[in-house]
Design a protein. Structure first.
Length: 68
């Protein structure tokens, strides 16, 4: 029974982490006056690297919060 509770918590925290990352991307997208989707469609590698770095940073923060 304890294993099922742990699996449930893992799933809950995983979904919560994904939602927080999506929210962080949305906020970042609204703050910067640049259409990231358009730039990514044009294969702008610099924008892709910036977005990847931002998502990694948010993921590190979320993982620390979830672990606490």
């Amino acid at each position: 029974m304890a294993v099922l509770a742990e699996v449930g918590l893992c799933l809950l925290f995983g979904v919560l982490g994904i939602l927080i990352m999506a929210l962080g991307y949305t906020i970042f997208d609204k703050m910067i006056p640049l259409d990231f989707n358009k730039e990514l469609e044009q294969k702008n590698i610099a924008v892709a690297i910036v977005i990847a770095g931002m998502l990694i940073g948010i993921a590190i923060i979320v993982s620390r919060v979830v672990a606490a």
